[in-house]
Write a protein that binds this ligand. Structure first.
Ligand code: 13P
Ligand code: SF4
Length: 315
């Protein structure tokens, strides 16, 4: 790569116009990628944008299940992912063959799956949800409806608590959100007594119990911008701090500490994408997400159901 950073920004902008391309980026992407994107958001916002874009090419700066969701919704468009190896530990924690068996063992259950799963799991799902709408989607169903919730047990447990349901939970989790240490957060709270703890619902129960506010990445962002507090401990992937600092420059954001000394609140999958890879991917129009049409159609139903319920609820 022989372009310096400012040139890459300019080249990406030119390529976007020339190719009628749009860049969708998740808040967990590195700051440069967020800055060059046409839209940054959480998983719900990104899938809504993908569903309505008129661009010919979608460059998805996120992980594989997100780009795959965009392809499922936009089969005629070219969907590119800067690094095809950008996977997700949560999606990996739900293998389709095992999940199919689990579903067959509980035949009267409706299946709600968090969008952080593969197309094969979405094809076995009745309604997809994200962390923005999981509570509302569950609440939209009759109280006596038996439900399987997959793959994230932490989000599922949180939704059970809020809705008073007893959904059957698949035993999956996210490697990034499971690593936060409640003990170390307590120590930081002592050192910063006025700091507010905000947490993503993928965190473990011990962290969520301490949190002052729980929500999706977009909800956390909106909360810290509107709040009168000046200091926040942020228990989610570190990429969100970029937009928090941009939108609330006079506030202090402290990343929640992991239970060891690694940079574990960086998602290694999200961070496989770089500005250089994004540029190369837009220029060469590869790597591309390719999907089997039968699988795509099966997976599409559960995503469209989510978008339909979300639109009805004004989400
Ligand atoms: P949201 O985008 O719904 O906040 O989820 C976060 C996440 O883990 C995406 O991988
Ligand atoms: Fe998957 Fe967790 Fe990374 Fe999100 S943060 S992409 S859930 S591993």
């Amino acid at each position: 790569m022989d372009l310096i950073a400012t040139d890459i920004f300019e080249e990406i902008k030119k390529l976007k116009v020339a190719k009628n391309a749009i860049i969708l980026a998740h808040y967990y992407q590195e700051g440069d990628i967020q800055d060059v994107a046409d839209y940054i958001g959480d998983s719900l916002g990104l899938s809504q944008q993908a569903a309505k874009t008129e661009a010919d090419i979608i460059v998805f700066a996120g992980v594989h299940f997100m780009a795959e969701t965009a392809k499922i919704l936009c089969p005629q468009k070219k969907v590119l992912l800067p690094d095809l190896k950008a996977g997700c530990s949560l999606a990996d924690s739900c293998p389709p063959i095992k999940f199919k068996k689990f579903k067959e063992e509980n035949p009267n259950h409706l299946v709600i799956s968090y969008i952080n799963c593969t197309a094969e799991i979405k094809a076995l799902t009745d309604i997809v949800c994200t962390s923005s709408n999981a509570v509302q989607i569950v609440n939209s169903l009759p109280k006596d409806q038996p439900i399987i919730f997959a793959p994230d047990k932490n989000l599922g447990r949180y939704v059970n608590k809020i809705t008073g349901r007893n959904m059957l939970l698949w035993d999956g989790s996210c490697m990034v959100h499971e690593i936060f240490s409640a003990k170390k957060i307590t120590q930081i709270k002592h050192a910063h007594p006025s700091a507010i703890l905000v947490a993503h619902p993928e965190c473990e129960e011990s962290v969520l119990e301490m949190a002052d506010f729980i929500g999706s990445t977009t909800a956390l962002l909106n909360f810290v911008v509107k709040s009168n507090a000046k200091e926040f401990i942020v228990a989610t992937e570190s990429g969100i701090l970029h937009e928090m600092a941009k939108r609330a420059p006079h506030k202090t954001f402290i990343p929640a500490p992991p239970n060891n000394n690694c940079a574990c609140n960086d998602c290694p999958h999200m961070k496989l994408n770089t500005l250089e890879k994004l540029y190369a991917c837009l220029k060469n129009e590869t790597p591309e997400i390719i999907m089997d049409e039968v699988l795509r159609k099966q997976a599409e139903k559960s995503i469209l159901k989510m978008l339909e319920i979300s639109a009805q609820l004004g989400l």
